[in-house]
Design a protein. Structure first.
Length: 210
């Protein structure tokens, strides 16, 4: 089963993707994880990405899209995968199609801007492995430490209310149009993230027929 998870920052995409990934036995592929892996492996695309990242520049679509195509061609993706964080724009969605990548469902996790702001203010992130927690909704087992790798959790410097509002504005302008793009293809499935993590998980599994 090949899936895309859409939603604004702080909507719970990463959390739900991790749950569904484990239940279906398919990998979650996030832009951040993919870039870290490519850079660590020293692939040609990874080397290009590292130069840009070290210079504080965004990694362009002509690097990201081939990197996604290479990643989903790996053996662990033979039964499917979940994309989290890509595509972010119509151009990326169209480029994925041109690479011959097609999907079974696109899950749009719906959350209001006010709720997103509240959630992100309480978010803590592991800088080592990228795992995300929330101090109220999904706290780590040991305060201040990542469950996955044991590294210190931090409150990201860009997780301020002003920055969050700016990121939401970018989401509404650049990423939200993907809903219509995938609706036209009969793939979009909307899930309201207004309850518990478990209730959202059940709603997604119901959509997937699992």
């Amino acid at each position: 089963m090949k899936l895309i998870f859409l939603g604004p920052p702080g909507a719970g995409k990463g959390t739900q993707a991790a749950i569904i990934s484990e239940k279906l036995g398919i990998p979650t592929i996030s832009t951040g994880d993919m870039l870290r892996s490519a850079v660590k492996a020293g692939t040609e695309l990874g080397k290009k990405a590292k130069v840009l990242i070290d210079a504080g520049q965004l990694v362009p679509d002509e690097v990201i899209i081939p990197m996604v195509a290479q990643r989903v061609a790996q053996p662990d993706c033979s039964k499917g995968y979940i994309l989290d964080g890509v595509p972010r724009t119509l151009a990326q969605a169209q480029a994925l199609e041109e690479e011959g990548l097609h999907f079974d469902h696109v899950i749009s996790i719906e959350v209001s801007d006010d709720e997103v702001t509240h959630r992100i203010m309480g978010r803590r992130v592991c800088l080592d492995c990228g795992a995300t927690y929330h101090m109220v909704v999904q706290p780590p087992k040991t305060e201040g430490l990542c469950d996955r790798c044991g590294s210190e959790l931090v409150h990201r410097k860009d997780d301020t209310e002003e920055t969050i509002r700016d990121r939401l504005a970018v989401y509404h302008k650049q990423t939200e149009p993907l809903k219509e793009f995938y609706t036209q293809r009969g793939l979009l499935r909307r899930v309201e993230n207004t309850g518990s993590i478990e209730s959202v998980d059940r709603a997604i599994l119901s959509i997937l027929g699992v």
